[in-house]
Design a protein around this ligand. Structure first.
Ligand SMILES: [Zn+2]
Length: 92
């Protein structure tokens, strides 16, 4: 069975006879993830990580500040979900 891959560089469809075969139209690698894609993937990972990482080497006040920030965010999210619950499950 033949697999086909769309070239990210020129948009042409290529038949993949084996891995790491270059594009037949523009001769650029097909399977390679571009730097832009990699950057956007990393950005998505960062956005998913809302919580601040607490470094054990941080001074005590910084650790407390970070912990407070994480706690405040948790409270905010619970209030938000409560409000949504009231809107959707409440009378009316
Ligand atoms: Zn191409």
């Amino acid at each position: 069975m033949q697999r086909e891959a769309k070239c990210k560089h020129c948009g042409e469809w290529n038949i993949l006879s084996n891995e790491n075969v270059p594009c037949s139209t523009c001769a650029k690698p097909l399977s390679e993830i571009s730097a832009d894609e990699k950057a956007s993937l990393e950005r998505r990972n960062l956005a998913g990580e809302i919580k601040i990482r607490i470094n054990p080497n941080d001074p005590w006040f910084l650790r407390m500040l970070k912990r407070m920030f994480n706690l405040a965010q948790l409270i905010f999210l619970s209030i938000l979900s409560f409000i949504l619950w009231v809107i959707f499950a409440g009378p009316g």
